[in-house]
Design a protein around this ligand. Structure first.
Ligand SMILES: CC(C)(COP(=O)(O)OP(=O)(O)OC[C@H]1O[C@@H](n2cnc3c(N)ncnc32)[C@H](O)[C@@H]1OP(=O)(O)O)[C@@H](O)C(=O)NCCC(=O)NCCS
Length: 130
């Protein structure tokens, strides 16, 4: 499930602060930084559900809906979209919270779906327990 508003009953897999070092030439946060954190967020839930080592096999979808600014608190929410034989797809929804000291706003900035494969010690696919 990709969330429309920041879920209150669900903990973010990753929450972090957007810093000046993460900006592009325009001064906004660059997409690769968001993608990297989305991959980490997805991997956390994939590892837990798959019961061990996973690798990212595909970014099925990545949509940047709104820019992220320096100083935003960025939260990555995850949900299992599909469990296959050896693969697991995770929906990631990203929200940015920004404040001017008096007012806080929350913006949905990106959605993604990533697929991970459960692998064994030889790095080859292993079935995920149902
Ligand atoms: C992940 C990896 C082990 C899969 O090996 P493979 O020989 O393609 O294995 P399979 O063909 O058996 O596919 C395994 C699963 O991945 C899925 N898969 C493979 N390619 C996919 C793709 N492009 N998109 C979505 N799913 C894909 C298959 O559908 C299968 O899922 P299922 O078992 O649930 O049906 C191999 O591709 C790999 O090591 N990739 C590099 C992973 C990595 O290093 N990631 C970090 C990024 S640097």
């Amino acid at each position: 499930m990709k969330y429309e508003t920041m879920p209150k009953d669900h903990e973010a897999a990753v929450r972090t602060l957007a810093m000046p070092k993460d900006t592009n030439g325009l001064g906004d946060i660059f997409g690769g930084w968001i993608m990297s954190h989305a991959d980490m967020a997805g991997a956390i839930i994939a590892f837990r559900r798959a019961g061990g080592r996973v690798v990212t096999v595909a970014v099925n979808e990545f949509v940047f809906a709104s820019p992220v600014y320096v100083g935003d608190v960025v939260s990555f929410y995850t949900d299992i979209a599909r469990i296959g034989n050896t693969s697991i797809s995770i929906d990631v929804t990203v929200f940015s919270q920004r404040s001017d000291g008096e007012h806080e706003t929350c913006v949905k900035v990106a959605t993604a779906q990533m697929t991970y494969v459960r692998v064994g010690a030889n790095r080859r696919p292993v079935p995920i327990a149902k």
